[in-house]
Design a protein around this ligand. Structure first.
Ligand code: ATP
Ligand code: MG
Length: 159
């Protein structure tokens, strides 16, 4: 039941200086950061990460978005981490994302607006969508030696 999941703080989150606020939300529920780095993604790597989306009409805008500045990549570990992180992140479209979620609290883009502008929906954060995707994405972004096993207070109080 203990899972690892990939989270990216996208270029809008980094440029809007929300890195600390967003990471705090994961720490305070007891998820453990087991890997973290800053990466400026190129087009080739974007196509690998978003391989399921490369043929979709919004892909060119998504590629521009994810390559426009550095991202913070991290691997979070915890009980049902994949599902719990997606819950904290909220739905893809910020307009629909409820208050209390990261996308709902820090962004308000809509599909109608981004479709008209021909840009990606700017929603601050990526989180693996399933346990299977998480395994693939963690190994795409991190080498085994970049991931760490250590104890936090949550190993005493939560597990
Ligand atoms: P992510 O994979 O980044 O965590 P997600 O799983 O909520 O987001 P996906 O359907 O995987 O959503 O889409 C990947 C990203 O592509 C979205 O986060 C968003 O930035 C962008 N995107 C998705 N659908 C659209 C769309 N219809 N128009 C514009 N951008 C879109
Ligand atoms: Mg996705």
């Amino acid at each position: 039941m203990i899972e690892r999941t990939l989270v990216l703080l996208k270029p809008d989150a980094v440029q809007r200086c929300f890195v600390g606020e967003i990471i705090t939300r994961f720490e305070r529920v007891g998820l453990k950061i087991v890997g973290m780095k800053m990466v400026w993604v190129d087009k080739e790597f974007s196509r690998k990460h978003y391989s399921d989306h490369v043929d979709k009409p919004f892909y060119p805008g998504l590629e521009n978005f994810i390559t426009e500045g550095p991202v913070i990549a991290m691997v979070l570990e915890g009980i049902h981490a994949v599902e719990v992180v997606r819950k904290l992140v909220g739905p893809t479209e910020p307009k629909q994302a409820p208050p209390g979620t990261i996308r709902g609290d820090f962004s308000h883009h809509s599909y109608a607006y981004t479709d008209k502008k021909g840009i990606a929906i700017k929603n601050l954060i990526h989180a693996s969508g399933s346990v299977e995707d998480a395994k693939k994405e963690v190994s795409l972004w991190f080498k085994p030696e970049e991931l760490h096993s250590y104890k936090t207070v949550h190993d005493v109080h939560t597990l």
